[in-house]
Structures are given as structure tokens and as C-alpha cells.
Design a protein around this ligand. Sequence first.
Ligand SMILES: Cc1cc2nc3c(=O)[nH]c(=O)nc-3n(C[C@H](O)[C@H](O)[C@H](O)COP(=O)(O)OP(=O)(O)OC[C@H]3O[C@@H](n4cnc5c(N)ncnc54)[C@H](O)[C@@H]3O)c2cc1C
Length: 819
Amino acid sequence: MKSHYRVVVIGGGAVGVSTLYHLAKKGWSDVALLERTELTAGSTWHAAGLLPLFNMSYTVGQLHKYSVDLYKNLPAETGQDVSFHVTGNLRLATNRDRMDEYLKYCSTANTIGVPFRVITAEEVKSLWPLVELGNGGDTANIVGALYHPDDGHIAPADLTMALRKGARMRGAEIYEQTEVTNAVQLPSGEWKLTTSRGEVTCEHVVCATGNYARQTGKMFGINVPAIPVEHQYIVYDESPELVEYRKNGGKELAVLRESDESYYLREERGGWILGPYESGAPARFADGVPEWFGKSLFDGEIERLIPHIEAAQRRVPALEKCGIKTIVNGPISYTPDGSPLIGPAWGKRGLWLNEGHSFGITAAGGSGWQRAEWITESEPGIDMLAVDPRRFGPYTSKRYVVAKNEETYRNVFTVHFPDEEREDARPAKTSPVYDQIKKMGGVFGQRYGWERANWFAPEGVEPKDKFSFRRSNYFEHVGNECRNLREKVGVIDLTPFSKWEVTGPGAEAWLDSLVANKVPVKTGRIALCHALTKRGGIRSEFTITKLGENHFYAVSAGAAERYDHDLLQKALPTDGSVQLRNITNSRGVFVISGPRSRDLLAKLIDEPLDSKNFPWLTGKTLEVGLATDVHVLRVNFVGSLGWELHFPIEYAHHLFSAVFAAGCEFGVKMVGMRAMESLRMEKSYRMWGSDLTRDYTPFEAGLNRMVRMDKGEFVGRAALAAQLEKGVPNAFITVEVHDVVDADPLGNEPLFNAEGKLVGRLTAGYYGHCLQKSLGLGYVDPAYAAVGTELFVEILGERKRATVLVDSPYDPQNSELRA
Ligand SMILES: Cc1cc2nc3c(=O)[nH]c(=O)nc-3n(C[C@H](O)[C@H](O)[C@H](O)COP(=O)(O)OP(=O)(O)OC[C@H]3O[C@@H](n4cnc5c(N)ncnc54)[C@H](O)[C@@H]3O)c2cc1C
């Protein structure tokens, strides 16, 4: 082992070795992997090797697709077989919600080019002759299925060995029996690692330590929210029916998933492997993997498996005659939302994570590909926000992660509704007025650990969601909230917003170098500013207010706190000219918006609120009621007349009561997140994270007026200039979808032209309650962006006619906003 490498990868499972392979493939051969025992000794050796392409996430779907394509080519490239059985993959549906889930998935699959077919029960039988179609009683009837012809299963150890060979062929080094026991960052920024083989320094470290992620994180001073959960599968003896079927020329059966009974089934040497995702599987190793565990497994817990075994036997009676050979019960890494942690570690330079993989054999290829791209080119090639480790924050305490991971595990196969909210580990973070909001009928969801009211159940209505892919029980009430705001006045509690104070003589120049817009020059002005990637993609969105000389207040999405803080902190000048303070938790935010918002606030604020004294996009620090030091900003995300009150958190109760007392005569009511979604869509307001991502530049997003190419250098400027020269490949559009009965677009739907050619995709969709139109926002080939252009949107398997609308179809002149 050398004393210095450019990159050291810690952990020799499928994920670590794939990372090494991809770094070497990028031409970085001065790289080494250190494994504490032997390759595959973690979870990789006992994985069942399934490679499901199915994933509801646009990002994870792309990673899985990359893996499957790569694995097919690895044997030819490396000479090492990987036992990839391309059997196909069949997911059964026994009810409409499940079918809706598959149809929604199909939209995503279409936009990323994953081949699939939605098939009937009869086609299931012909593909899988040993299946029972159901009796409508204890075995539900199959109503259809989703079939992926391209995936199947692989031998995880063979895959790892092929990746090892591919990495070594390109000069990468691998050291087994080499444990990393300590890590120190040197003043140069390099990492010094202590290992059982001596010390080594490197520019970058990638942690790919599977079940050890938490203790590895501790070594580097970060709290990694990955804790394993027990996961089991049963290996059966030979199955006479299966053997007979194969003897008669039947080809290997597709991997079968009966999602509604939470299990998968595949062939294994004339028998079966049955893998349930059971309730009650406990999290393990929350305090680290004990020394004795090594390559061992847990004892099989047959009691937990019985309901799934029985369900599988009813669906595939051939199982009944098979004895159980063994139960494999191993630790499988999980995160609170079930997606892995692939990206930079927060607050540390040169430290990268590729941890928290629960489908790590499937994701190894794709995660290694993007991990390597991010390190070698300082940007990932695709939008990775859904798997970025910084999507979690400091709220991920051990108990939180344990509860959430157990919950995520037992819900792997439940229907993933777009409006789903899960119950465990809640409430965790609440606004000070949470109890009042609850009393007002608030039905909450959780984002970034925060409780946020999604909608308000009026008296007599049960404050409970009925999750669905279609319009659901809250539809009408959300509509009423929208109308009340547009016609009278509404209040939204946006306390979770991320907030920073930026001060010092270098503050303005520094902020200007980070964002594409010009930061406000005059005190009291507000500007919407986007921080871009080097490739010109939209990384972050900040609303920046100049509060005074050398004093700025920056606000971004609540879920972006750690993500954006990491950007700001890492970019901070080292000469002390700028001070950055994260004040997220010390200020609350209420939005007061609607035509009567001025009348309401006039009762609490002495300052004149007319447009001459307090124009749109300005802010003042004022007394509001009894509260002092309130930043009153004339901006909002719903597009009616309105102000945001950013107040010291201790005034939350007072201001909340004062706003409702003052607004009573004007019909003030609360507004939830779902109404906000509807309202912002009517104004074509782009949402960071869904509409605004690294995949698109501000020119593609139609935010040209927020790019000041003439102001001097800023991150991403060169890429934007190049794009202007070459031509902007996409245009942002708002569409109305016609003939919608009960299913509006939700985002990730493909857009087709009249000839059926894919010409774009929606990034968001909702019903615009005040416009009474089903709306979608998204990107399209500019040839199809003109107002009035007819397009087709695929929603739950049906192609619907759509028309391009003017940007901001509600009040396009912004006359209400500026009133
Ligand atoms: C029963 C079961 C079935 C599964 N089936 C599937 C499946 O069908 N399909 C699928 O996609 N996924 C499956 N999985 C999940 C899959 O096994 C994991 O997601 C995957 O193996 C993770 O790979 P990894 O490289 O991240 O971690 P691991 O394979 O756990 O590797 C991590 C490595 O890091 C090493 N290490 C840790 N700390 C250090 C240190 N300080 N210094 C040096 N080395 C260190 C460990 O020794 C270990 O070898 C299954 C899991 C289980 C438990």
C-alpha cells in the first residue's frame, strides 16, 4: 500500500468496488480500496441478487437502469461471468390503487427509457404458468401486472469480482484485511487515515461501509442516518412442479412480486427463494456493528414470515410441496426514506458517502457511476437530490432513524401514494403554533422532520387523509382554502424555511459570486437568486433581502437547510470578510396573503402598506403588534397581494393570535401546503427540487430575468454563455390538461407531440382550484413551447390532450401581486 492516493474508498462490498471501478474508468488510477476483512464480507455476500428496475424515483430509476445495462456488458469487458439471469420481473396487482401505482411509475419509466409492459391477468398466466390468478376470496384476483422484460437476478459476489477485475485492469489497488480505524483532516485539506496496515493520506475519501456507516461516520465527525434492519429470505428445496415445468422446456420464470402480500419469489436451483418484507423486523446495530458479528447472520425468525409464506403458497401452490432448506436473515442498511446516501458529506471537504443502500446490488453500478463523476468532474451527471445525503438534517437522532427505518422497511411493498404521509417518529420538529393549527383542523405531513399542515378539515370532517393517485377526500377543502386566499385572506405557517444572516464587508460581492441574479444593492430590496452548478444547472434558490449596509437575509426551502448551508459554508471566503449565521430555528414565518391582507396587517403595523411606500419585492424590519424586529417582506409563493412576516420565534404565539384577531372581520383562514401547491402552479411559480434542478439551467427554466450575465463572474456563468451560443435545448411551459376526470398530473409525466413522439416531461402537476383547470409545469423541446400548442400527457396510462398556456395563467400581469 502506498502512503498517498488521490482517492481512498473504504469498504469492499458491491457499492465500494463499483465506486473504485468507476473512478478508474474515469482515468483516476491513483485510487485504492481498503476492506477490513475480505471483499463482499458485509451484506453483499448474502444478498438475493435481484435487480428490480422498478423505482418510483426519477433519480433512483436512472441509477438502476444504468446498473442493469452495465452488468450485461461486464462479462465481455472483464472476462468474469456475473451469472446475470435476465428472467424479467413481474409485479402483480390485485386492486386499483396498486394498478394506479404501476401506471404512475410507467410515466417515470417512459421519461427515462426503461422498457416495461402493463399486462393482463391472462398474460400473467401465460408468462408464469405456475401462478394462481386468484379466487376472489383468500387469494385476491389478479387485475393486471407490470412486466419488466429486462431485469432479473445476478450473483452479487461474481458481480463484485467482475468490478474488482475491471478496476484492477485500470490500475486501481485493493487491500483486504485493512481496516480504517481513524481519520483526521490535515490543514492541507487532505485526509490522513489510520489503518491496520499503517497510515495513508488522500485527497478524497469515499465511505461505502454498508452496515458500518454510522461508526464510519463517527470516525469522520458526522452523524450518518443509516441503520440496518433485519431482512430475511427463505431458500426452498427442489420443487417437483418447477422441475417438471423446466423439464418440459419452460424457460426460467420471471422474478415474481406480489406487492399486495409483500413478498418476492424467484427460482433457485430447481427450488425457490421467497423474500418477504415483514412487519416487526427490528433495526440492528444502531450503536455500531459488534466485533463478533463479522460475516455472520441472525437466526431466522419464521413467525414473522408465516403470513407471507401462506400468501405465497396460495398464489403459487407448487411451494406447498417444498421443504425449507434455510432461512437467511441478514442486516440490510436503511435510511429514513429508504433511498441511499450518495453525495458529499456536509461540512467536510473531500469526504463522500455511498452509504445506506437497501438495494445495493441493484444500485451499485449507478451509484458508483455518479459517485465517480461527482468526484472527478465536481458535478454529478444527473440530478441527485433524491439521494443526496444532505437531504437529511441534524434532526436524525438515533431513535428517529431506528423508528423511521423500521417503518420504511415494512412499507417497501405498500402502495407508494404521492400524497402519502407516514406516522412513525412524529411529531418531531414543530412550529410553536403547532397545537393551535392542529385545533383548527390541520392535517399534518412531515418534511425535513418538520410538521406542516397539508390541509384543514372543517368542522364535522375527519382530519385524516385518504391517500390516492386521484383526487381524494381533501380535494374540496383544499379548493376552499385556495378560494378563501384569492378572495379574502389566508395564513400559511412557513416557519420551516431555511434562513441565514450574511454580514460583513465582503458579503455582497461574495453572494454575487454565488448566484446568477444581482443581489440587491439598495437596502430594503429583495431579489430571487439562483445558485448554479458549474454546468449551469440550478442548484439552489435563495430569496435575498438587503437589510442594511453589509447585511443580508437569505431564505431557502425548508428541506434545503443542510444542503444549502453546506454550499454557503464551503464557499465562505477564508479572509474573515463574510460572516454566515444559520438562523433557521430562531425565526418563524407566517405568510399573510390575499386581497384583504393589507387591511389585516394595517391593524398591526403602523407603517403605510400601500404600494408607493411598500412596493412589491421590498422588505422592512418593523414592529408588528407587540412583536419587534420582524422582517416584513412583500413577497410570497402564492401570487396574490401579500407579505411574509419573519419574526423572532418567541413572538409566534402572539403574532398568530394577533393575525387571527385582526383578520376575523376580513374572513382570514389557514391555508395548507396542498393549497399552496395549487396556488403556486396557477402562477407558474417553479418549485426548487422538482421544477428547478441541476438538470436544467435558468434559461431552460424561463428565468432569464433572474440571470445577469453582465454583472461579472459567478458560478455557472461560462456554462450559461456556452448554452446561449449553442441554443437552449428546453423551454419551460405551463399546460392545461383536458378531459381530466379525477386524476391530475403530479409530475414526471411524459409529454408527447401529436405524432406520439416524446418531446418533454412534466416536473409538477396539480389542480388549479381558482382557474378550475388541471395544470402541469414542465420542460419541452422549444419547438413545442408556443402558447396554444397542443401536446399529450400520459396520466395513469391514459393519453390526455394538453394545451400550452401563457406563463402565469392566473393574473399574468401580476396586478393583484402589485396592487
Ligand atoms: C437478506 C438480504 C437480501 C438482499 N437481497 C438483495 C437483492 O436481492 N438485491 C439488492 O439489490 N440488494 C439486496 N440486499 C441488499 C444488499 O445486500 C446491500 O444493499 C448491498 O450488499 C450493500 O453493499 P455495500 O457495498 O454498500 O455494503 P456491504 O456489502 O455491507 O459492504 C461494506 C463493506 O465495508 C467494510 N467495512 C466497514 N467498515 C470498514 C472500515 N472501517 N474499514 C474497512 N472496511 C470496512 C465491511 O467489512 C464490508 O465488507 C439484500 C440484503 C439482505 C440482508
